[in-house]
Ligand binder design. Structure first.
Ligand code: FE
Length: 210
């Protein structure tokens, strides 16, 4: 019997990101969309060469539906982990080594925020805005289409922003820039720092015995 992936538990309750993201959005986005990627992935890996691999290894080797479902399973886990309940501090500024790294790469935090927001807002169609550390150790902002993910290229993801319509349409309808403006209140900078400083990336998702 091959192992299967399970939908990772959210690091907070479904209503914990309100008022920025509603419980209804998380019920659909996490409970339906993310869950479906994992169900589809389990159907695809069963009996295949990809059975029993960490998700990063599947993403690196797969194409077609196997790539799309493994990458979306990964991307959504990363997106949820990169957020935390809002505290009422609308600025929610990074501190310490993340603040220093963003300043070094982009000039200052406001410039980074503007550039990342623009990549998310102007991305055409479904996809993601990523902050990543590339193989030379440099921080970069990248817009990626559909399921595409920095893990495929061997870069280290630091922060993910889902700009698929399913991420914001219940709460913000067609106003993607409003969703992005509100997203900054939710960023879990401690998670970003952990990714930035980790000497080696641990597998984000491992299949388990049924
Ligand atoms: Fe999504």
């Amino acid at each position: 019997m091959s192992k299967i992936f399970v939908l990772p538990k959210l690091p907070y309750e479904l209503d914990a990101l309100e008022p920025v993201l509603s419980k209804e959005t998380l019920e659909y986005h996490y409970g339906k969309h993310h869950a479906a990627y994992i169900t589809n992935l389990n159907g695809l890996i069963d009996g295949s060469d990809f059975a029993n691999m960490p998700i990063e290894d599947i993403i690196a080797r797969a194409d077609g539906p196997m790539f799309n479902n493994s990458a979306q399973a990964y991307n959504h886990t990363f997106y949820w982990d990169g957020m935390k309940p809002p505290t009422g501090d609308k600025d929610n500024l990074p501190t310490g080594q993340v603040a220093d790294a963003l300043k070094e790469a982009f000039g200052d935090f406001e410039k980074f925020k503007a550039a990342f927001s623009e990549v998310g807002a102007k991305h055409f169609g479904s996809g993601w805005a990523w902050l990543l550390k590339n193989k030379s150790g440099k921080l970069e902002i990248k817009g990626m289409h559909d399921a595409d993910t920095p893990v495929k290229d061997g870069d280290t993801p630091l922060l993910a922003l889902d700009v698929w319509e399913h991420a914001y349409y219940i709460d913000y309808r067609n106003k993607r820039p409003d969703y992005i403006a509100a997203f900054w209140q939710l960023i879990n900078w401690q998670f970003v720092e952990n990714q930035l400083l980790a000497p080696k990336r641990e597998p984000l998702m491992l299949p388990v015995e049924q």
